[in-house]
Design a protein around this ligand. Sequence first.
Ligand SMILES: Nc1ncnc2c1ncn2[C@@H]1O[C@H](COP(=O)(O)OP(=O)(O)OP(=O)(O)O)[C@@H](O)[C@H]1O
Length: 288
Amino acid sequence: MSALLTLSHVTKIFRQGGILGRRQITAVKDVSFELGQEPEILSIVGESGSGKSTIASMILGQTTPTEGELDFRGKAVSVHGASERRAFMKEVQPVLQNPFEAFNPLKRVDRYLFETARNFSAGSKRPDRQEVERIADAALAHVGLSLAEVKGRFPHELSGGQLQRTAIARALIPQPRLLVADEPVSMVDASLRMSIVNLFGQLKRELGLSIIYITHDLATAYYISDKIIIMRKGEIVEQGQARAVLDNPQHPYSRALKDAVLSADFAAIPQSGNAGIDTVIRKISPLP
Ligand SMILES: Nc1ncnc2c1ncn2[C@@H]1O[C@H](COP(=O)(O)OP(=O)(O)OP(=O)(O)O)[C@@H](O)[C@H]1O
């Protein structure tokens, strides 16, 4: 059976100053990895500017690679044609860093849920109002909210954590197979981060979702991921099973990252459950 997602020798070079610009930035260099058919959480960690967001953008089909191939279910991500693009978007949904940017401050958040339910409804006919509300409520239930809690509210009337959950609920409405979450907890209060990260684990188990979790936060990556990729300057320096890589990092850069997270605290991160991890997370400084 082919992999769910395959990146094969993917490189992205940006040219500064337009097409004729001379300065080139190699944001991603010869990156290869895959997600299997089984639901899994893959974390991509690395310092700022290491190419994580560029990879996310290419997986979402928003940025075209300069070289290499990205395939989802054996088909190139850079598909053409509106109906193919729509089918792809239904299966691969983004979760953005800042939930306050994902929602227009002047628009009630339930509108987003209703519009997504109308646009991506599974049936052939457009769902009526009652059905749209049912779909929105079911998606919100997966993230621990209900339609009654968010109905009629503007973004600023919800907490950052509630808004990020609502954004995740919206991403769930098309019943995707893969979420691409780019720094989804960095704008969320430290005390709420674990609840969002735990939610990813729950969505993997209950809905069979795979999740690409892009983060600076090595502790939450260690805690929740099945696999991990460590990036530096556009290249993968190490990848493998998260615990194997982080318990025994081979590359000097991976070791430096781990050391930056205070080894003693790191060792205290539990295998499951979240006892103590908030303390660890609060202590973590940005990656070097
Ligand atoms: N549209 C663009 N045009 C030019 N350069 C870009 C563009 N997008 C990204 N870059 C450059 O590519 C490199 C990788 O950026 P990217 O945003 O992918 O890194 P990142 O690891 O996600 O960083 P951060 O953690 O700060 O978000 C950086 O040097 C960045 O300045």
